[in-house]
Design a protein. Structure first.
Length: 303
């Protein structure tokens, strides 16, 4: 069996973590996997994923394998996301040569349009499937109370509302990409700041007990930290309760009240047994439903 991920050259570096996760899922399921940039290289593949942000063109696929367009959200120069109810007409134009779409960022209204065009819809929760080869070192000592990972340039209000007061009450290490020092500034000069590469971040996930998670306003898909944190064995505490409660059988600790965040954090930090029990349940769900292997199985099941 063979599979391929067809990448747009300009976007390859942006998708490193996703590429590795998808690749490892196919390999775990016994596929030969390759990255390609031409239609010719896809001809011998059983499953092809074509990476295509909203609004980009779709080539004519004349191959025997299943073709899924991986439709992603993009940000404007002002840092705002494109509307997630946007439907790419170029995908619809080529629907007869496609099997379906792979998505994490379209809302149900947009997905219904793709379904009416005869396309299967496979959701990739959080825009990155759990890759167990990258996260979770069993038995590693969890010597960090909590870590916040990410930037805040499009989540400034949520950061100030949730993370700043949380960090005053709960020991919290900030990890953010280079150039995002505004995270530290919004945390009023706290000196718990690191800028690290991905492998170092994964290691810290495995050492942390809690991971606070925020979403940008109106975000209709889960923050990927709700995949990677759970996959690493850490317990997330999240905002956007209406969205988050739809997943993980409603077991994730979430609230839209910052004071409840602090109460939940103190509860789970003081009760090691209860935190471990909840994380175990969440992680079992994550591996079963939201992992890279589960993703490949979903793609295989589409007829």
């Amino acid at each position: 069996m063979r599979s391929a991920l067809f990448l747009n050259r300009e976007l390859e570096s942006r998708l490193d973590g996703v590429v590795d996760a998808i690749k490892n899922g196919f390999i775990e399921k016994g596929y030969e996997f390759k990255l390609v940039r031409s239609l010719h290289d896809c001809e011998d593949c059983d499953i092809i994923i074509y990476e295509c942000p909203q609004g980009w063109a779709v080539p004519d696929f004349t191959v025997s394998g299943k073709v899924f367009v991986y439709t992603t959200t993009i940000r404007t120069e002002e840092g705002q996301h494109t509307p997630l109810d946007y439907v790419n007409p170029k995908i619809l134009e080529h629907a007869s040569g496609l099997t379906g779409i792979l998505t994490a960022g379209c809302n149900e209204e947009a997905l219904s349009v793709y379904r009416k065009a005869g396309l299967a819809v496979v959701n990739m929760l959080g825009n990155i499937p759990l890759d167990e080869s990258q996260y979770y070192v069993k038995g590693m000592e969890r010597d960090l109370s909590s870590i916040f990972i990410g930037n805040a340039y499009h989540k400034a209000d949520q950061f100030k509302k949730f993370i700043v007061p949380f960090s005053r009450e709960v020991e919290c290490l900030f990890i953010t990409p280079p150039g995002n020092e505004e995270v530290v500034n919004m945390a009023e000069g706290e000196k718990r700041f690191l800028s690290l590469n991905a492998s170092s971040v994964n290691e810290l996930f495995n050492r942390s007990k809690l991971v606070p998670v925020i979403h940008w306003p109106g975000q209709p898909e889960l923050n990927p930290r709700l995949i990677t944190a759970v996959g690493s064995g850490a317990l997330p505490i999240s905002d956007n309760k209406a969205l988050v409660k739809q997943f993980y059988d409603g077991l994730i600790s979430c609230s839209d009240d910052p004071s409840e965040w602090i109460s939940m954090a103190k509860k789970y930090l003081s009760d090691e047994g209860e935190r471990r029990t909840l994380v175990k349940k969440l992680r079992e769900i994550c591996v079963q439903r939201y992992s890279n292997v589960a993703l490949v199985e979903k793609l295989e099941s589409v007829r």
